[in-house]
Design a protein around this ligand. Structure first.
Ligand code: NAD
Length: 384
């Protein structure tokens, strides 16, 4: 039977461009042909995860069954985790490092890329060390906590001819690709206004066993390690959503810190924050992020209609609708898709797309800095 991809199927049946109702169940003949596709058996990108916390676990699980990459190594400061991960994921002893001997990875030809999943302020050190060891790097969001750190990370990767990606998993997620298309292709005309909010009352919903994030010593509550509170951690998704719906960079921001209900936990970082952004087209955005309450949605109002996702920014499944009807895609393994797409490009010696590189991460940090400055001063901050 002729091999037919999902995209060609969707286009053939007139649902590719201009429609936001998406079939989640494929006809049986398509499922059959997808099953018979020849699996890739060539060289894979061997990835070492650096930092084995909650998100690293999620990444490792999602990577199982990846087509273009392998979980090949680990970097951890906890010997017990090294033993557990070695067994669970069949990691060879020679691919296990700690934070002290990590630079020896330069000699390890079996590792192609390091994925840094450490507390935010440590991203810079391990990206720079990875680059110096000649490894491509992915760093989690936020890329770093200062503009200077981002610039040093980009330079280190350029100087060592390796590529730098930021862990923007939603750039590969179909629901988000759809809202990006609806906005940037002006399917409902120019987007004039966006609301985007993300907040979790606690962070421990996915940890097993649960992590005590109420402990004031947790790195997310420590400004030196986190760089800030929910804006750094969660609000970055709202900034991203506004930027990719509009395809524009904000030119000015205003912001306000929210009420601190829990003074013990939030002595260094904000509990909640609201901010407003204005874009060159005149579009405005109103955003909010918090670790004091749960919220997860994005709404865009355009000249001839609107579109929205709720839930829309966390791990999904996402629920959406537009003036044309529901926006619904089958959930995917987000991290697997992200790492496969990145690995495929690396295997083909191609440049990673700018929207997932260090340049993109730097743009977010510039906006985040401006938002903090606006909240601290109570004044509008201009972005060049
Ligand atoms: P976590 O606390 O669960 O894991 C952090 C890891 O870093 C732990 O293994 C810890 O042992 C290690 N570590 C090394 N030095 C440390 C130090 N000085 N203090 C504290 N921990 C130290 O955190 P997490 O939720 O996995 O977040 C890690 C990174 O991943 C952050 O940058 C976060 O923003 C990002 N993240 C991204 C997503 C996403 O969806 N893309 C989701 C969650 C977290």
């Amino acid at each position: 039977m002729k091999n037919i991809s999902r995209r060609s199927f969707v286009n053939k049946f007139g649902m590719g461009v201009g429609a936001s109702v998406i079939m989640t169940t494929l006809p049986s003949f398509m499922v059959e042909t997808e099953k018979t596709a020849i699996p890739y058996t060539g060289k894979k990108i061997n990835i070492a995860l650096c930092g084995l916390g909650i998100y690293a676990k999620r990444v490792a699980e999602s990577m199982q069954g990846s087509e273009y990459c392998n979980l090949a190594g680990i970097v951890t400061g906890t010997p017990a985790k090294a033993i557990q991960w070695k067994e669970q994921y069949n990691i060879p002893e020679k691919n296990i490092y700690n934070y002290q001997n990590f630079d020896e990875i330069v000699k390890n030809k079996d590792i192609d890329m390091v994925y840094v999943i450490l507390p935010n302020s440590l991203h810079k050190e391990f990206v720079v060390r990875s680059a110096k060891a000649g490894k491509h790097v992915i760093t989690e969001k936020p890329m770093a906590i200062t503009v200077k750190d981002c610039e040093e990370m980009i330079k280190a990767c350029n100087d060592n001819s390796v590529q730098l990606a930021v862990g923007y998993r939603l750039h590969y997620e179909p629901t988000h690709l759809e809202i990006k298309r609806l906005g940037q292709e002006k399917v409902f005309g120019q987007v004039r206004y966006i609301e985007s909010s993300l907040g979790y009352k606690t962070y421990d919903t996915i940890a097993k066993p649960p992590v005590d994030v109420n402990n004031p010593a947790h790195w997310r509550l420590n400004k030196k390690l986190s760089g800030g509170g929910p804006l750094m951690d969660l609000g970055i998704y709202c900034i991203q959503a506004c930027r990719y719906i509009l395809g524009e960079e904000p030119i000015s921001v205003t912001a306000q810190f929210g009420t601190v209900n829990d003074k013990k936990r939030f002595s260094e970082t904000e509990e909640s924050i609201s901010w407003q952004m204005v874009f060159p087209s005149g579009a405005m955005a109103n955003c909010n992020s918090s670790v004091g309450y749960n919220i997860d949605r994005t709404y865009a109002a355009a000249d001839a209609g609107s579109f929205e996702l709720s839930p829309g920014l966390s791990y999904g499944p996402y629920e959406g609708k537009s003036t044309n009807g529901p926006i619904k895609f089958a959930p995917i393994k987000q991290q697997q898709k992200q790492l496969d797409e990145i690995s495929k490009l690396l295997l083909e010696n191609k440049k990673l797309p700018v929207h997932i590189t260090g340049e993109e991460g730097l743009k977010d940090i510039k906006v985040i800095n401006a938002i903090y400055k606006a909240a601290e001063t109570g004044k509008k901050v201009l972005l060049s």
